[in-house]
Design a protein around this ligand. Structure first.
Ligand code: EPS
Length: 388
């Protein structure tokens, strides 16, 4: 399975082309729209999200509600393009016309300056239009297809917020994916702790008032993955490494950890590793899940718990020092519009990015052209693992 996305933040549309989804998987527009709508929300988003109504158009690869096995293409229109037609259009502009809304002032922390240096763009709009997190909508669309495959295989996945601006949520670690979904869907900041929720919203208000932005930690939980998916035999087949790389590729993500993660440095081996047990019904299981569902690059069959940290968005109302690339003069950056916190949306993005990697690993381990063959192979494998 692989996919590509195309599209600029204020261009006509985002496009996702997906290859390698088996045929005969039931797939409806609503499966994707539900994910897109979840991504758009969250306390702390800016005015752009009031303009966009992210709804998918499936333009190939699906017929009468089933995948065909051919490439699936997904289109997401940018409603804001009506305001940007003259600025983002593909046709050359007339000699007497000026390029509008050019950018010569790079924002610290954004792709602006490095992208300009690399691609030779004196107008940094050419960089920011593609480096914008708008692109995550296209990635969520791809992930929604993967999620549909996972749910049809009895695998549940949910992303939620652990921390915003230093406020950490506390909750019962024994909650299931379904319970976490129910609670986080009701929360404006997609968290599981009512007390923390209010504090997080206050922190977002405060940051906004000060012209600042705040980041946080999001967590994804997966239930129902059988043990032994991924591999220990080669670096690029280790599934936790692939998930880690994918999470790091989400805009503004700066780190990733599984289970106890970085805390492992402060613990002894006996406090980190999960003891193995066995019973008739479950087969092998771990008494604890400190390693977050992975050992040796493979799933253990325990829930996967993976966290990602998102830095505060670098587009700030409060000016930071930078240099104008035309005049070489220092200036204090100013902007028109931004999200003060996109951590709740990022939890939805991470959920979909992880879902993609899991579905990809399953289709590699059980390579079948038809979804029902994949289902059968996975059922058989689960049975083998249980009776091993
Ligand atoms: C973004 C800046 C804002 C965000 C945008 C990402 O957009 P604008 O510049 O149009 O106000 O709203 O996020 C989205 C459009 C989205 O769909 O998530 C940025 O600079 O990365």
């Amino acid at each position: 399975m692989r996919y590509l996305t195309a599209g600029e933040s204020h261009g006509k549309q985002l496009t996702t082309i997906i290859e390698g989804i088996p045929s005969n998987l039931p797939l409806y527009r609503e499966d994707i729209d539900e994910s897109l709508i979840r991504r758009q929300g969250g306390y702390g988003r800016g005015r752009r999200m009031q303009i966009e109504k992210d709804l998918i158009e499936i333009t190939s690869g699906v017929r009468h509600g089933y995948t065909l096995g051919s490439p699936i293409s997904l289109v997401l229109k940018n409603d804001d393009f009506t305001h940007w037609r003259n600025i983002m259009g593909e046709d050359p502009i007339g000699e007497d016309e000026e390029v509008r809304r050019t950018i010569s002032r790079p924002r610290p922390g954004h792709a602006d300056l490095n992208g300009a240096l690399k691609y030779g763009h004196r107008d940094m709009r050419n960089v920011l239009e593609r480096s914008s997190a708008r692109e995550t909508a296209a990635r969520v669309a791809a992930g929604a297809v993967a999620k549909k495959m996972l749910s049809s295989l009895g695998i549940n996945i949910i992303g939620y917020v652990r921390n915003i601006g230093g406020i950490t949520s506390q909750f019962d670690e024994g909650l299931s994916c379904e319970e976490k979904k129910e609670i986080s869907e009701e929360s404006p900041v997609r968290t599981l702790d009512k007390d923390a929720e209010q504090k997080m919203m206050n922190a977002i208000d405060q940051a906004k008032k000060e012209g600042d932005s705040i980041g946080g930690v999001v967590e994804v939980m997966v239930e129902g993955m059988p043990a032994g998916v991924g591999s220990y035999v080669h670096y690029d087949r280790k599934l936790d490494a692939r998930i880690g790389g994918s999470v790091m590729s989400i805009n503004a993500f700066k780190g990733v950890e599984f289970g106890v993660g970085f805390e492992a440095a402060n613990l002894n081996g006996s406090q980190v590793h999960d003891e193995i047990d066995w019973d008739d019904e479950r087969g092998y299981y771990r008494k604890t899940n400190r390693l977050g569902g992975f050992e040796g690059g493979m799933t253990t069959g325990m829930p996967i718990i993976v966290k990602g940290v998102m830095k505060p968005i670098p587009t700030l109302y409060k000016p930071l020092q930078s240099i104008d690339i035309d005049s070489k003069e220092p200036f204090k950056a100013s902007i028109e519009r931004s999200d003060s916190c996109a951590v709740p949306a990022a939890s939805v993005v991470m959920e979909h990015v992880v879902a993609w990697e899991l579905a990809r690993a399953l289709t590699e381990q059980f390579p079948h052209d038809r979804f029902e063959q994949l289902q059968e192979a996975l059922d058989q494998y689960r049975e083998e693992v249980r009776n091993f």
